[in-house]
Design a protein around this ligand. Sequence first.
Ligand code: GDP
Length: 445
Amino acid sequence: MFENLSERLSGVFDRLTKQGALSEDDVATALREVRVALLEADVSLPVARDFVKAVQDKATGQAVTKSVTPGQQVVKIVHDALIDVLRGEGDPGHLKIDNPPAPILMVGLQGSGKTTTTAKLAKRMKDREGKRVLMASLDTNRPAAMEQLAILGAQIGVDTLPIVKGEDPVAIAKRAKTQASLGGYDVYMLDTAGRLHIDQELIAQAAAVRDVANPRETLLVVDGLTGQDAVNVATEFDDKIGVTGVVLTRMDGDGRGGAALSMRAVTGKPIRFVGLGEKMDAIETFEPERIAGRILGMGDIVALVEKAQETIEAEQAEKMMKRMMKGQFNMNDLRMQLEQMQKMGGMEGMMSMMPGMGKMAKQVEEAGFDDKILARQIALIQSMTKKERAAPQILQASRKKRIAAGAGMDVSDLNKLLKMHRQMGDMMKKMGKMGKGGMLKQAMK
Ligand code: GDP
């Protein structure tokens, strides 16, 4: 059994008292454990090494959030960094299939789940986007593979190119293209032959097919359980054929997902889908969060991270209050606060984090505050110059007009915002003078 990373880290950090910031030693100790966990999750050594180094730079000196342990903090940093590496650009589930008929080339080793994935994706395009898909098996070495695709096609209601004995893969690809054009298909998928290992012939064949089909997408199917080998396979295919994305299969098994990280880090190719079983619906768009949680070996990572996040936000709110009470309150502060309020579920959400603030919320609302127009108020502040933000009292009527127009609002809206700013500033100053006890008493009257 793998030891849970969070357990491991809490062991390391139990001995440490809570400090203001993560020290270099804390981080180094924790990251040694992280590295072991990565290797156990089948991440390749060079990738684990680079990753840990990058995280080390990021983590050292970071403030430790109240109410999480330094260990949890490191886990969060690692988790976020994993997601950063794993996330590709754009929507992984979006296949380029405009301009019909769009060719999709499927490549991969034998047994990786290539044929199954071809059918799963065909079904997905048919069901979700109403596409007409034609599938063709180019696996001339294994007649059983060609029949398998035909059977799957019949099962999911997707057409397959009729099998012609003795035809070579390039000829099949050409026939698929013609058939797809004549038959009015949106997409045609070419399921190439696989071998147990990569060899020259396999690559040469896939390259020849690629050259006649000119595929819009070339998807490499890789068995997610194969770990480090998967990286070599991906590198080879990408170098020789050029792939536009990876599909990781068997992610329903107990593999730990490290292949995903290695593959992404080494090839830079986005992971597009994950296979989650043998059934035709068992395919999902790749979600980096899931794999990150899996690599860390923590089912509850998301909850933990969210909790940490909440705490960070509550702390930010507290800091913000302190600044306000010192009377440091210009339009930049107001803007930051409006943005934070937006994030925290509006004024109500923010006030609810602070004891005794219920009554305050009402006052603020009466001063012209409305959660719905937060975004527009932020836009108003954005239209001001730096000088104006620092000292809004300098605003003349003509500037007010232009600012309001720039944000697509009326001068009266801007005046409301300015009034709110003044009132909040006054209120905060008063509260600051009263001190915390006074403020609570006042609020509870
Ligand atoms: P190919 O040789 O690459 O075409 O592989 P196949 O598509 O024939 O798949 C080999 C086996 O793996 C079949 O029994 C599939 O049902 C199974 N398989 C494919 N994808 C998955 C997956 O995501 N999860 C699981 N558990 N099995 C899968």
